[in-house]
Write a protein that binds this ligand. Structure first.
Ligand code: KG4
Ligand code: ZN
Length: 393
């Protein structure tokens, strides 16, 4: 039973399709990014996103099948993101998946995007422990021990879940099976951002400083050139639930810092010019950044990363978790990975990340999350459609 599943993902600004066999072997994973479309607005424009999904969905699916060496007839099912996300974007992928499944007479398995991010960790777990980021993925690819605390941190989400084993979950089976069993996890939401998602804060700060879009990857690379202790940010305080996040205060503090230091102005104007002329990469922007800018970037990153790490570790301790899972676009951040790895070795608490490619939105994680559901015969009931606010728990 190899059960190749076609995954389709279109919840935000990536049109993605992938074929995953047995819930774990990625035969292909195609991601068409819309960064070029949204760049000049410094954020995702929902109407443009759905139009781009419409334009790209067919070629992206075709390419995923070609790379996997399969045709539609060889698929066992179609797994598609049902929510949460931008409704116009979700509708394109969901309706396409629904129509395809009906035409082929194959099951359609709706997937929660956030459960997809959890499965991204199971698919290609890279363990950050003992200071290194050893690849725990290739060798056995055993499932992490549960209960875990999972941080999903992206441009749209910053949320903490407790993940418990439900049906059929076997941690660390030896030797690892070629195919995963029909396991289930149960989720409890234990914290979330009250305002901006962490990735959104990266994107907004990059916009303020004219460092391009999306902001995360560039700020990540520039931060290593600055002093993270140069600018002090008040750690976010969330009254009530201490596991809730808040990043709008840090973003506002960056804005205030820029306004109080008029020297930033000319430099920002020069970078805006460079962006207009096509500069994208950190290496192109670095020579246009004075030490004060690099210090601000490094300090911003330190403030965000330490807040994410501290609340997640506090959650893991409160819930007596066996490990920590970190997923979503910001999980690609180098300082976040290094900080979690340090905590992991200091506390003997394993921390698992997906590979960087599977941290950001992709369809392999959607196909993987669909697999155990397909095994138990789950498919879309009549009247089930895309849902912008679909909760995981
Ligand atoms: O998961 P994702 O692809 O899409 C959403 O669901 O939002 O995440 C994209 C977000 C963007 O805000 C981007 O700036 C951020 O992830 N990001 C990063 C890094 N790579 C992507 N943030 C910090 N450091 C990175 N290396
Ligand atoms: Zn996502």
């Amino acid at each position: 039973m190899s059960l190749p599943i076609l995954g389709i993902e279109s919840s935000c600004d990536e049109t993605a399709a992938a074929v995953v066999r047995g819930g774990r072997d990625i035969l292909s994973s195609v991601v068409a990014s819309q960064d070029d479309v949204h760049r000049k607005y410094g954020g995702v424009v929902p109407e443009l996103a759905s139009r781009e999904h419409l334009r790209r969905i067919v070629p992206v699916v075709r390419e995923a099948l070609e790379r996997a060496g399969l045709n539609f007839a060889g698929l066992a099912a179609i797994g598609v993101t049902r929510g949460p996300g931008l409704i116009g974007s979700l509708l394109v992928g969901y309706t396409y998946g629904q129509t395809l499944a009906a035409a082929l007479g194959k099951p359609l398995v709706p997937v929660n995007h956030l459960e997809g991010h959890v499965h991204a960790v199971f698919l290609e777990a890279q363990q950050g422990i003992n200071g290194g980021a050893a690849d725990g993925g290739g060798a056995g690819r055993a499932l992490p021990e549960l209960p875990a605390v999972c941080l999903i941190v992206s441009g749209g989400h910053t949320v903490l879940y407790e993940v418990r084993p439900a049906n059929g979950y076997v941690a660390a089976p030896a030797p690892a099976p070629a195919e995963y069993p029909a396991f289930r996890c149960a989720y409890t939401r234990i914290g979330a951002t009250r305002d901006d998602a962490a990735g959104e804060a990266y994107d907004k700060v990059a916009k303020l400083l004219a460092l391009g879009y999306p902001g995360g990857p560039v700020l990540d690379q520039l931060a290593v050139h600055g002093n993270p202790a140069a600018v002090a940010f008040t750690p976010p305080h969330t009254r009530g639930n201490p596991l809730d996040f808040s990043f709008s205060g840090i973003k506002t503090a960056v804005l205030r810092h820029i306004r109080q230091n008029p020297a930033f102005e000319a430099e920002i104007a020069a970078r805006q010019e460079a962006l207009r002329a096509g500069a994208r990469r950190a290496a192109e922007l670095l020579p246009l950044c004075a030490p004060a800018t690099l210090d601000l970037v490094a300090s911003f990153q330190r403030a965000v990363v330490s807040d994410l790490v501290h609340r997640t570790i506090a959650a893991a301790e409160a819930r007596e978790a066996r490990c920590v899972l970190v997923s979503g676009g910001v999980a690609a951040n180098s300082e976040l990975r290094a900080a979690f790895a340090r905590q992991a070795s200091a506390r003997a608490l394993p921390v698992f990340f997906p590979s960087r490619a599977l941290s950001t939105d992709n369809a392999a994680m959607i196909a993987a999350a669909a697999y155990p559901r397909l095994l138990v015969g789950e498919s879309a009931a009549e009247g089930i459609g895309a849902e912008a606010n679909l909760p995981l728990a």
